[in-house]
Design a binder for this molecule. Structure first.
Ligand code: M6R
Length: 608
């Protein structure tokens, strides 16, 4: 996720800004930059890669000045290169902007500004802000920023400086966090308190819809109508380590709790609810190509392979196109049937998994069109695919994938809506699905509010040696994912199985020491799953049931029940995944294990 730092005061700004950026490194980023007012104008330095690279650029070509802004970028629009790194400028080079968030209507704004003679140099959505502010500027920076933001749709946390209205920083927030740090004769700005904690513990949090102006010895907060806001000054008493994890004990837990926002980001600007449709600008497939797809092959590894299995069910169910799901590591050495009318969907959080990349190259070599569902912008898969859908889930730091999984399923839903509506699915059916998707963030919040129930469950089961996860239909892949989460971070042996398949072998394992997690929401196969629960209970197994509604038979059979909200059958995997992620997390944490970096595992497997 991108980071913002700002400084105005008596110190030389650049070291303060770079120090602040370093404190934000844990959030993940791919490039960085600073803009400092040197008394004559705005000077900018940028670098791709680590902050150390920016430090070396600044070392070779120093910028001196006492007001400046800085940014770490995690690419969303345009590759991670120097040109796309922030700060961005207007045509005159007197205004510099850093931005976190996504400007949804940047395409329309860019076209409008180009029509008025503005020249763009980057591929970013952010650059429109610099040009909008330039167009609105009439001597007062905060007024120009406020005027510009009236035209903007989307989310932002921004910091702006201008050499035409110097010695101040203007900031604004809508959907992306931003705070002011108050010092003695100096003030700071940051997207995350970690960046400024070395200098001050007094902060003012901006709320959505607020703008702020900071100078060395003053700050002012107001809304888009220029109405002054009274703000409370908060004292930070956390230490740095806690702050980087946002107060959570581990990145994995933080990432689990981010999911209402991350899936919202995956849908943002793409779901056209009224038409039951999705807008996917990057897939690079014409209407004819979409209609002419004969078959879909989805390839991936690990958690991404589990989301692929859900994608298979979605696409076959709704778009009626035959789908095969392939482990990328196997696909590359098979002799698969691929034609020019095959769409090969490649799923990868990192976009760098060696097997997945090789499978994509193989599919391409055989003539398929490739479509990457990738989280890391500018990663190798994202660069080499024919088209893509970025997940926009933000950097995932915990080795166990959580928020990327739910965003992958959402991206697959968006793709399915597109394919299905280009074929026979009615607008009414599409609308029903889109409306249900819109409820997901609030429903996930509901589940997260009851994380304590899962923590108690984890206390009961933390010493188990084996676990079985069972589900059917859309929830069989969730059973696999629940088992993978548990085994990779808690080192407890766990298996996922289709619930009815259990009686063909694994049922032999069942006894009082084998906890069995059933994913049993009230969907089309609920009654069948309840029969499978009965089979487990008849053999003395202990049952944990994830279900969506009070139902007497299941209630009587289950030793523990956890409720998830009701939704459409195809959306249950997203809701059911959350308690399973929490269960794995709390069990591993209670066993005192290194949750974020489990033994033997790497976040990105770049070897075969
Ligand atoms: O970055 P990718 O999605 O391509 O990674 C694939 C797997 O290595 C990954 O999902 C792995 O299974 C995770 N540790 C699961 O939590």
């Amino acid at each position: 996720m991108c980071g913002i730092v700002g400084y105005v005061g008596p110190r030389v700004a650049t070291p303060v800004l770079i120090e602040g950026l370093k404190r934000l490194e844990y959030r993940g980023y791919d490039s960085a930059g600073v803009a400092v007012m040197n008394g004559n104008g705005v000077e900018t330095r940028k670098a791709v890669g680590k902050i150390a690279a920016l430090e070396s650029v600044v070392g070779d070509d120093p910028v001196e000045g006492m007001t400046g802004i800085a940014h770490t970028r995690w690419a969303t629009h345009g590759a991670p290169n120097e040109c796309n790194a922030h700060p961005h400028h207007d045509c005159t080079g007197t205004i510099a902007v850093v931005h976190n968030g996504i400007i949804e209507n940047y395409g329309a704004l860019r076209t409008m500004l180009q029509g008025h003679g503005h020249t763009f140099v980057s591929e970013t959505d952010t650059e429109v802000l610099a040009h909008l502010i330039e167009a609105a500027f009439d001597g007062n920076l905060e007024e120009a920023v406020a005027d510009s933001l009236h035209l903007v749709e989307g989310t932002y946390g921004i910091a702006v400086v201008s050499s035409q209205d110097p010695v101040k920083i203007v900031a604004a927030r809508k959907g992306s966090p931003l705070l002011l740090g108050l010092g003695e004769g100096e003030n700071f700005l940051a997207s995350d308190v970690a960046a400024i904690l070395k200098y001050t513990r007094d902060v003012v949090y901006l709320d959505d819809g607020e703008l702020a102006v900071i100078t060395a010895d003053s700050y002012r907060v107001f809304d888009l109508q220029a109405v002054q806001r009274e703000k409370k000054v908060s004292k930070i008493d956390w230490d740095l380590d806690m702050i980087e994890k946002g107060g959570f004990a581990h990145f994995m837990l933080k990432e689990i709790f981010e999911q209402p926002t991350t899936i919202e980001n995956t849908m943002r600007g793409r779901l056209v609810t009224e038409e039951g449709f999705s807008k996917l600008g990057g897939i690079n497939l014409s209407r004819e190509e979409l209609q002419n797809i004969d078959n879909v092959v989805i390839t991936a590894c690990g958690t991404s392979w589990h989301s692929a299995l859900i994608g298979e069910l979605l696409i076959e169910d709704l778009a009626r196109i035959p789908v095969e799901v392939e482990y990328a590591s196997e696909f590359r050495y098979r002799n698969p049937i691929i034609t020019q009318r095959t769409l090969c969907v490649v799923i990868s959080q990192s976009g760098e998994t060696a097997d997945t990349l090789a499978a994509m190259r193989e599919a391409k070599r055989r003539g398929a069109k490739t479509l990457g569902l990738v989280n890391v912008v500018g990663s190798t898969i994202a660069r080499e695919d024919d088209g893509g859908i970025y997940l926009h889930a933000g950097p995932e730091i915990g080795v166990a994938s959580t928020k990327a999984f739910t965003s992958q399923v959402v991206a697959l839903l968006l793709l399915t809506l597109k394919l299905a509506r280009r074929r026979d699915m009615s607008a009414a059916r599409g609308r029903e699905i889109a409306q249900a998707m819109e409820h997901l963030p609030a429903q996930i919040r509901e589940i997260l509010d009851r994380a304590g129930e899962i923590e108690e469950l984890a206390e009961q089961f933390k010493d188990a040696s084996n676990f079985l996860y069972l589900g059917r239909g859309y929830n069989f892949p969730v059973a696999l994912e629940g088992a993978l989460k548990l085994k990779e971070i808690s080192y407890i042996h766990a298996e996922g199985y289709p619930a009815a398949e259990m009686k063909h072998g694994p049922i032999a394992l069942i006894d009082a020491n084998m906890p069995v997690v059933f994913i049993a929401p009230h969907d089309a196969v609920f009654d069948k799953v309840v029969s499978n629960v009965q089979e487990v209970k008849a053999r003395g197994g202990r049952v944990i049931a994830l279900t969506s509604r009070e139902e007497p038979t299941l209630k009587k059979l289950a030793d523990y029940e956890f409720r998830i909200p009701e939704t459409l059958d195809m959306l249950y995997p997203i809701l059911a995944a959350i308690p399973l992620q929490l269960l794995a997390y709390y069990i591993a944490a209670k066993r005192g294990l290194n949750v974020d970096q489990p033994r033997n595992l790497a976040k990105s497997v770049t070897v075969e």
